[in-house]
Design a binder for this molecule. Structure first.
Ligand code: ADP
Length: 295
Protein backbone atom coordinates (compact mmCIF):
# COMPACT_ATOMS: atom_id res chain seq x y z
CA UNK A 1 0.00 0.00 0.00
CA UNK A 2 2.59 2.52 1.14
CA UNK A 3 4.96 1.60 -1.66
CA UNK A 4 2.22 1.94 -4.27
CA UNK A 5 1.12 5.34 -2.96
CA UNK A 6 4.66 6.63 -3.23
CA UNK A 7 5.08 5.20 -6.70
CA UNK A 8 1.86 6.87 -7.89
CA UNK A 9 3.06 10.27 -6.66
CA UNK A 10 6.45 10.09 -8.32
CA UNK A 11 5.30 8.32 -11.48
CA UNK A 12 5.85 11.37 -13.69
CA UNK A 13 9.55 11.35 -12.74
CA UNK A 14 10.06 8.24 -14.80
CA UNK A 15 9.57 4.54 -14.28
CA UNK A 16 13.19 3.83 -13.41
CA UNK A 17 13.09 6.09 -10.35
CA UNK A 18 9.77 4.58 -9.27
CA UNK A 19 11.21 1.12 -9.54
CA UNK A 20 14.21 2.13 -7.39
CA UNK A 21 11.92 3.61 -4.73
CA UNK A 22 9.70 0.56 -4.60
CA UNK A 23 12.74 -1.69 -4.37
CA UNK A 24 14.09 0.48 -1.57
CA UNK A 25 10.91 0.21 0.47
CA UNK A 26 10.70 -3.54 -0.09
CA UNK A 27 14.32 -3.91 1.03
CA UNK A 28 13.71 -1.74 4.11
CA UNK A 29 10.76 -3.95 5.06
CA UNK A 30 12.78 -7.09 4.49
CA UNK A 31 15.56 -5.80 6.75
CA UNK A 32 13.01 -4.87 9.43
CA UNK A 33 11.46 -8.36 9.24
CA UNK A 34 14.89 -10.00 9.51
CA UNK A 35 15.70 -7.84 12.54
CA UNK A 36 12.41 -8.78 14.24
CA UNK A 37 13.03 -12.48 13.56
CA UNK A 38 16.52 -12.15 15.00
CA UNK A 39 15.31 -10.56 18.24
CA UNK A 40 12.61 -13.25 18.57
CA UNK A 41 15.21 -15.97 17.98
CA UNK A 42 17.64 -14.51 20.53
CA UNK A 43 14.89 -14.26 23.14
CA UNK A 44 13.85 -17.85 22.53
CA UNK A 45 17.44 -19.14 22.65
CA UNK A 46 18.11 -17.26 25.91
CA UNK A 47 14.88 -18.38 27.54
CA UNK A 48 15.67 -22.07 27.17
CA UNK A 49 18.81 -22.22 29.38
CA UNK A 50 17.57 -19.50 31.74
CA UNK A 51 14.30 -21.40 32.27
CA UNK A 52 16.20 -24.62 32.90
CA UNK A 53 18.52 -22.89 35.40
CA UNK A 54 15.59 -21.49 37.29
CA UNK A 55 13.85 -24.88 37.55
CA UNK A 56 17.08 -26.61 38.53
CA UNK A 57 17.85 -24.10 41.28
CA UNK A 58 14.38 -24.70 42.74
CA UNK A 59 15.06 -28.43 42.58
CA UNK A 60 18.34 -27.95 44.45
CA UNK A 61 16.57 -26.01 47.21
CA UNK A 62 13.90 -28.71 47.50
CA UNK A 63 16.53 -31.46 47.66
CA UNK A 64 18.65 -29.78 50.32
CA UNK A 65 18.66 -32.93 52.51
CA UNK A 66 19.53 -35.28 49.62
CA UNK A 67 23.21 -34.65 48.78
CA UNK A 68 23.21 -37.00 45.77
CA UNK A 69 20.30 -35.19 44.13
CA UNK A 70 21.95 -31.83 44.82
CA UNK A 71 25.10 -32.96 43.01
CA UNK A 72 23.06 -34.26 40.08
CA UNK A 73 21.09 -31.01 39.72
CA UNK A 74 24.22 -28.92 40.12
CA UNK A 75 25.84 -30.88 37.27
CA UNK A 76 22.93 -30.09 35.00
CA UNK A 77 23.05 -26.45 36.06
CA UNK A 78 26.65 -26.36 34.98
CA UNK A 79 25.73 -27.66 31.50
CA UNK A 80 23.01 -25.03 31.11
CA UNK A 81 25.32 -22.27 32.35
CA UNK A 82 27.98 -23.33 29.82
CA UNK A 83 25.37 -23.24 27.05
CA UNK A 84 24.29 -19.77 28.11
CA UNK A 85 27.89 -18.55 28.20
CA UNK A 86 28.68 -19.82 24.71
CA UNK A 87 25.47 -18.32 23.31
CA UNK A 88 26.27 -14.92 24.81
CA UNK A 89 29.87 -15.16 23.57
CA UNK A 90 28.71 -15.99 20.02
CA UNK A 91 26.24 -13.10 20.10
CA UNK A 92 29.07 -10.77 21.14
CA UNK A 93 31.27 -12.18 18.34
CA UNK A 94 28.48 -11.74 15.79
CA UNK A 95 27.79 -8.18 16.83
CA UNK A 96 31.53 -7.43 16.77
CA UNK A 97 32.03 -8.74 13.22
CA UNK A 98 28.96 -6.82 12.09
CA UNK A 99 29.91 -3.52 13.67
CA UNK A 100 33.69 -3.28 13.63
CA UNK A 101 35.42 -2.43 10.39
CA UNK A 102 37.72 -5.47 10.09
CA UNK A 103 40.13 -3.58 7.88
CA UNK A 104 40.73 -0.79 10.39
CA UNK A 105 43.47 -2.77 12.10
CA UNK A 106 44.16 -5.15 9.24
CA UNK A 107 47.55 -6.76 8.78
CA UNK A 108 49.04 -9.58 6.72
CA UNK A 109 48.03 -12.78 8.52
CA UNK A 110 49.87 -16.07 7.92
CA UNK A 111 47.52 -18.85 6.92
CA UNK A 112 49.65 -21.58 8.53
CA UNK A 113 49.31 -19.76 11.87
CA UNK A 114 45.53 -19.46 11.45
CA UNK A 115 45.32 -23.18 10.65
CA UNK A 116 47.45 -24.17 13.66
CA UNK A 117 45.32 -21.98 15.93
CA UNK A 118 42.07 -23.51 14.62
CA UNK A 119 43.42 -27.02 15.15
CA UNK A 120 44.55 -26.13 18.68
CA UNK A 121 41.14 -24.76 19.52
CA UNK A 122 39.43 -28.03 18.55
CA UNK A 123 42.07 -30.44 19.83
CA UNK A 124 40.15 -31.51 22.91
CA UNK A 125 36.85 -32.16 21.12
CA UNK A 126 38.61 -33.99 18.27
CA UNK A 127 40.60 -36.07 20.76
CA UNK A 128 37.52 -37.41 22.51
CA UNK A 129 36.19 -38.59 19.12
CA UNK A 130 39.57 -39.87 17.85
CA UNK A 131 39.36 -37.49 14.90
CA UNK A 132 42.68 -36.74 13.20
CA UNK A 133 43.28 -33.17 12.11
CA UNK A 134 45.93 -32.11 9.62
CA UNK A 135 46.83 -28.91 7.81
CA UNK A 136 48.51 -28.58 4.44
CA UNK A 137 49.32 -24.96 3.73
CA UNK A 138 50.90 -24.03 0.43
CA UNK A 139 50.06 -27.26 -1.37
CA UNK A 140 50.27 -26.99 -5.14
CA UNK A 141 47.09 -25.72 -6.79
CA UNK A 142 44.85 -28.14 -8.62
CA UNK A 143 41.25 -28.47 -9.78
CA UNK A 144 38.48 -28.93 -7.23
CA UNK A 145 38.77 -28.22 -3.52
CA UNK A 146 42.15 -26.83 -2.44
CA UNK A 147 44.82 -29.48 -2.40
CA UNK A 148 42.55 -32.12 -3.92
CA UNK A 149 44.84 -32.82 -6.82
CA UNK A 150 48.34 -31.74 -7.64
CA UNK A 151 49.04 -29.71 -10.74
CA UNK A 152 52.49 -30.68 -11.94
CA UNK A 153 53.11 -27.25 -13.45
CA UNK A 154 52.49 -25.32 -10.24
CA UNK A 155 55.47 -24.95 -7.87
CA UNK A 156 54.87 -25.64 -4.20
CA UNK A 157 54.54 -22.42 -2.22
CA UNK A 158 56.23 -21.95 1.12
CA UNK A 159 53.75 -21.87 3.95
CA UNK A 160 54.96 -18.48 5.19
CA UNK A 161 54.23 -16.98 1.78
CA UNK A 162 50.53 -17.66 2.10
CA UNK A 163 49.14 -14.61 3.85
CA UNK A 164 45.72 -13.01 3.79
CA UNK A 165 44.99 -9.37 4.49
CA UNK A 166 42.67 -8.77 7.39
CA UNK A 167 41.75 -8.72 11.03
CA UNK A 168 43.60 -11.55 12.76
CA UNK A 169 40.98 -12.12 15.46
CA UNK A 170 38.09 -12.25 13.03
CA UNK A 171 39.90 -14.52 10.59
CA UNK A 172 40.86 -16.87 13.43
CA UNK A 173 37.24 -16.96 14.62
CA UNK A 174 36.02 -17.76 11.09
CA UNK A 175 38.44 -20.62 10.45
CA UNK A 176 38.00 -21.88 14.03
CA UNK A 177 34.25 -22.11 13.50
CA UNK A 178 34.66 -24.12 10.30
CA UNK A 179 37.03 -26.61 11.93
CA UNK A 180 34.83 -26.85 15.03
CA UNK A 181 31.82 -27.69 12.82
CA UNK A 182 33.84 -30.25 10.86
CA UNK A 183 34.65 -32.02 14.13
CA UNK A 184 31.13 -31.67 15.57
CA UNK A 185 29.33 -33.05 12.52
CA UNK A 186 31.63 -36.02 11.92
CA UNK A 187 31.58 -39.52 13.37
CA UNK A 188 34.54 -40.71 15.41
CA UNK A 189 37.74 -42.02 13.79
CA UNK A 190 37.43 -39.77 10.74
CA UNK A 191 39.73 -37.09 9.37
CA UNK A 192 39.46 -33.29 9.20
CA UNK A 193 41.82 -31.54 6.83
CA UNK A 194 42.70 -27.90 6.25
CA UNK A 195 44.26 -27.16 2.88
CA UNK A 196 45.28 -23.73 1.67
CA UNK A 197 46.55 -22.55 -1.69
CA UNK A 198 47.08 -19.37 -3.64
CA UNK A 199 44.81 -18.78 -6.62
CA UNK A 200 46.00 -16.13 -9.08
CA UNK A 201 43.24 -13.86 -10.39
CA UNK A 202 43.11 -10.71 -12.47
CA UNK A 203 43.19 -7.74 -10.09
CA UNK A 204 44.92 -9.65 -7.30
CA UNK A 205 45.39 -13.19 -6.07
CA UNK A 206 43.14 -14.97 -3.62
CA UNK A 207 43.96 -17.47 -0.91
CA UNK A 208 41.62 -20.43 -0.66
CA UNK A 209 41.41 -22.20 2.69
CA UNK A 210 39.38 -25.41 2.51
CA UNK A 211 38.18 -27.36 5.54
CA UNK A 212 37.21 -30.91 4.58
CA UNK A 213 35.48 -33.48 6.76
CA UNK A 214 34.13 -37.02 6.33
CA UNK A 215 31.00 -36.24 8.29
CA UNK A 216 27.24 -36.34 7.88
CA UNK A 217 27.14 -33.89 4.97
CA UNK A 218 24.47 -31.34 4.08
CA UNK A 219 21.51 -31.72 1.72
CA UNK A 220 21.06 -29.45 -1.32
CA UNK A 221 18.06 -27.79 0.34
CA UNK A 222 19.90 -27.04 3.60
CA UNK A 223 23.02 -25.71 1.86
CA UNK A 224 21.17 -22.53 1.04
CA UNK A 225 20.11 -21.91 4.60
CA UNK A 226 22.96 -22.96 6.90
CA UNK A 227 24.57 -19.51 6.70
CA UNK A 228 21.47 -17.88 8.20
CA UNK A 229 21.60 -16.91 11.87
CA UNK A 230 20.17 -19.66 14.11
CA UNK A 231 19.48 -22.05 11.22
CA UNK A 232 20.39 -25.64 12.09
CA UNK A 233 19.66 -28.76 10.08
CA UNK A 234 19.12 -30.77 13.28
CA UNK A 235 18.58 -28.48 16.29
CA UNK A 236 18.84 -31.35 18.80
CA UNK A 237 22.19 -32.49 17.43
CA UNK A 238 23.50 -28.93 17.27
CA UNK A 239 22.52 -28.26 20.90
CA UNK A 240 24.04 -31.56 22.03
CA UNK A 241 27.41 -30.45 20.66
CA UNK A 242 27.06 -26.98 22.19
CA UNK A 243 26.12 -25.36 18.86
CA UNK A 244 24.32 -22.03 18.77
CA UNK A 245 23.42 -21.79 15.08
CA UNK A 246 25.46 -18.59 14.79
CA UNK A 247 28.85 -19.96 13.71
CA UNK A 248 28.35 -19.97 9.94
CA UNK A 249 26.63 -16.57 10.03
CA UNK A 250 29.81 -15.23 11.65
CA UNK A 251 32.00 -16.96 9.05
CA UNK A 252 29.93 -15.57 6.17
CA UNK A 253 30.08 -12.06 7.57
CA UNK A 254 33.84 -12.16 8.14
CA UNK A 255 34.43 -13.45 4.60
CA UNK A 256 32.25 -10.77 2.99
CA UNK A 257 33.66 -7.88 5.01
CA UNK A 258 37.17 -8.96 4.00
CA UNK A 259 36.24 -8.86 0.32
CA UNK A 260 35.97 -12.64 0.06
CA UNK A 261 33.36 -15.37 0.32
CA UNK A 262 32.64 -18.76 1.85
CA UNK A 263 31.23 -21.63 -0.17
CA UNK A 264 30.20 -25.18 0.64
CA UNK A 265 30.50 -28.41 -1.28
CA UNK A 266 28.94 -31.48 0.27
CA UNK A 267 27.58 -34.96 -0.34
CA UNK A 268 25.11 -36.23 2.24
CA UNK A 269 26.53 -39.11 4.24
CA UNK A 270 30.03 -38.59 2.85
CA UNK A 271 31.30 -35.25 4.02
CA UNK A 272 31.63 -31.55 3.39
CA UNK A 273 34.20 -29.00 2.28
CA UNK A 274 33.82 -25.37 3.34
CA UNK A 275 36.08 -23.03 1.40
CA UNK A 276 37.07 -19.55 2.57
CA UNK A 277 38.27 -17.42 -0.31
CA UNK A 278 40.11 -14.30 0.86
CA UNK A 279 42.22 -11.64 -0.84
CA UNK A 280 45.94 -12.26 -0.52
CA UNK A 281 47.89 -9.77 1.61
CA UNK A 282 49.26 -7.19 -0.78
CA UNK A 283 46.59 -7.77 -3.39
CA UNK A 284 43.79 -6.75 -1.03
CA UNK A 285 44.70 -3.13 -0.49
CA UNK A 286 43.99 -2.24 -4.07
CA UNK A 287 40.49 -3.60 -3.82
CA UNK A 288 37.59 -2.22 -1.80
CA UNK A 289 35.75 -4.86 0.25
CA UNK A 290 32.28 -5.72 -0.87
CA UNK A 291 29.71 -4.06 1.37
CA UNK A 292 26.70 -6.02 2.59
CA UNK A 293 23.69 -4.33 4.13
CA UNK A 294 23.48 -5.42 7.74
CA UNK A 295 20.05 -5.37 9.35
P1 ADP B 1 25.93 -24.67 14.96
O1 ADP B 1 26.29 -23.87 16.17
O2 ADP B 1 24.58 -25.33 15.06
O3 ADP B 1 27.01 -25.59 14.52
P2 ADP B 1 26.49 -23.15 12.51
O4 ADP B 1 25.97 -21.83 12.09
O5 ADP B 1 27.96 -23.27 12.70
O6 ADP B 1 25.71 -23.53 13.84
O7 ADP B 1 26.00 -24.24 11.47
C1 ADP B 1 24.63 -24.28 11.10
C2 ADP B 1 24.20 -25.71 10.77
O8 ADP B 1 24.86 -26.16 9.58
C3 ADP B 1 24.58 -26.73 11.84
O9 ADP B 1 23.61 -26.78 12.88
C4 ADP B 1 24.62 -28.02 11.01
O10 ADP B 1 23.31 -28.53 10.84
C5 ADP B 1 25.12 -27.55 9.65
N1 ADP B 1 26.59 -27.75 9.48
C6 ADP B 1 27.56 -26.83 9.67
N2 ADP B 1 28.78 -27.35 9.41
C7 ADP B 1 28.58 -28.64 9.03
C8 ADP B 1 29.45 -29.72 8.61
N3 ADP B 1 30.78 -29.56 8.52
N4 ADP B 1 28.85 -30.90 8.29
C9 ADP B 1 27.51 -31.07 8.36
N5 ADP B 1 26.65 -30.10 8.74
C10 ADP B 1 27.17 -28.90 9.08
Amino acid sequence: GEALAVSARVAPLGSRLVLLLVEDLTEARRIEAVRRDFVANVSHELKTPVGALSLLSEAVLDAADDPEAVVRFAGRMQIEATRLTSLVQELIDLSRVQNDDPLEDAEPVRVDELAAEAIDRCRHQAGTKHITMAASVGAPAGPGPAGAAADAGEPRQDAEDLRVWGNRGQLAAALGNLVENAVNYSPSRTRVGIAARRVPAPGGAFIEIAVTDQGIGISEKDKERIFERFYRVDPARSRATGGTGLGLAIVKHVAASHGGEVTVWSTEGQGSTFTLRLPEAGAARARAPREEPVP
